[in-house]
Ligand binder design. Structure first.
Ligand SMILES: [Zn+2]
Length: 445
């Protein structure tokens, strides 16, 4: 069944406008108060009543069919259709797009209850995408079109979270009023993006870990969020607190730095899986491979659904991309300074030997090929052929803040961190027990 609503919009019967007479300005203490200003009442004649038909494009339905279903057909409908085409390909409109047909004369619903336009509409409104609104208007006699961008306002949000079992179930503090779960998820994703070189959000987040962040958001009039930008954050992971401050040098790209101006970026991402791409609440720690029976286990296993994208953790060159015994379909990448990484049990390989890959580039998909009995990614990190634990390594950071810009950075850091202080970093107190349980690591198994 189509979702269809009818709304009768009538301009007010009469609007009353109060016009205030010119104020008497020459105030002098020796004179009496000025006389009260005269008030004139002006009656503004009301416009004719009009009817707005709101309909939603269904799956498989064309815009022409929608017009037709609402009694809008003939040469004028074709004209509107052709005008619309100048702004947007009607075939590219997605199901769910809301279209409003506004007609100057209302006749109300027909006897059958079907709302039909009594006259051809003289305005058509639709939102081809969340950030724009297309207005087609014939109220001045000729159809003209206008593509408006939806005004976006920005606000800042301070949020704190105390992690209980995973990133998604944190106890929240700060500006939580009006935040719905999708807003919170978006903020957590933004946070995970900032820290992806420093924290493995799958395996290395524990009960009692906590964060606080200052975020700038772009919000549309309907309350939906277009973009979020972390301005400053602190993440307490185990016993260390990592600060990240956004700094945009006059030339170049914005980046995140710690209090001293060191980049939070590293030569390697800590996780080969993008935290945002796996089902929310999916915990790697719940995954217990039986691989240990087959051979010594040197690496990290990430339980994830088959098909989950796998990314290269660093810039490098593919040295192997093929079936590789117990690894099943596997990829090996050689990086600078004697580092290499391996990605095993893939369902699909997306690169070829010799190919250059960038950090974060998707190279394949999670699977269960080779010696594997459940869908997961086996990841190895090697330095000069020896297996290493990337979480414990001090990997060289990316470029720090340019020394010439340090004074500017210091001002920005102090400003942002002072605002961040406005929300309290959650403390452990009652989660202390849960935390000590959660600290048993599964690395090196
Ligand atoms: Zn493994």
């Amino acid at each position: 069944m189509p979702v269809r609503k009818i709304a009768i919009v009538s301009a007010g019967t009469a609007a009353v406008a109060a016009l205030v007479g010119a104020a008497w300005l020459g105030v002098s203490s020796r004179r009496a108060d000025p006389p009260p200003p005269a008030i004139r009442t002006v009656f503004v004649p009301s416009g004719p009543p009009e009817v707005t038909l709101t309909d939603t494009l269904r799956v498989g339905q064309t815009l022409g069919e929608l017009f037709d279903d609402n009694g809008f057909a003939g040469p004028e409908a074709v004209e509107v259709f052709n005008l619309l085409r100048r702004y947007k390909n009607p075939r590219s409109l997605r199901p769910g797009t809301v279209i409003q047909l506004i007609a100057p004369i209302a006749q109300g619903p027909t006897e059958s209850g079907e709302p039909l336009l009594a006259s051809a509409p003289n305005r058509v409104h639709l939102k081809p995408d969340p950030d724009s609104r297309l207005v087609l208007d014939a109220s001045m006699g000729e159809w003209v079109g206008r593509l408006d961008s939806v005004p976006v306002v920005s606000d800042t949000v301070k949020l704190a979270g105390l992690i209980q079992a995973n990133m998604y179930d944190a106890r929240l503090g700060g500006d939580t009023t009006g935040l719905v779960s999708s807003d919170v998820r978006q903020l957590i994703w933004a946070l995970s993006e900032v820290y992806q070189w420093r924290i493995d959000f799958y395996r290395d987040v524990h009960p009692g870990d906590a964060y606080r962040m200052l975020v700038e958001r772009e919000v549309r009039p309907d309350g939906s969020v277009r973009a979020v930008r972390v301005l400053a954050a602190e993440f307490r992971n185990r016993d260390q607190v990592l600060a990240a401050v956004r700094f945009h040098p006059p030339e170049g790209e914005p980046n995140y730095y710690d209090e001293k101006g060191e980049s939070v970026r590293r030569a390697f991402l800590l996780s080969p899986l993008d935290f945002r791409r796996v089902t929310s609440g999916f915990s790697s720690r719940r995954f217990h491979p039986i691989l240990k029976r087959y051979r010594a286990h040197l690496g990290t296993d990430y339980g994830a659904p088959t098909g989950t994208p796998v990314r290269s953790t660093g810039d490098g060159t593919v040295t192997r991309a093929s079936w590789w015994g117990g690894y099943g379909r596997a990829i090996e990448i050689r990086h600078a300074n004697g580092f290499s990484t391996r990605y095993a049990h893939l369902s699909r390989i997306g690169v070829r030997p010799g190919q250059r890959v960038a950090q974060g580039e998707i190279i394949g998909r999670v699977g269960s090929t080779g010696l594997s009995n459940a869908s997961h990614l086996h990841y190895e990190f090697l330095q000069r052929g020896r297996h290493r634990n990337p979480t414990g390594l001090k990997l060289p950071p990316a470029e720090p803040v340019d020394p010439d810009l340090l004074p500017a950075f210091d001002i920005e850091r102090d400003r942002l961190l002072a605002v961040l202080e406005g929300v309290e970093m959650p403390t452990l107190t009652r989660l202390a027990d849960a935390r000590s349980e959660g600290r048993s690591t599964e690395r090196g198994e």
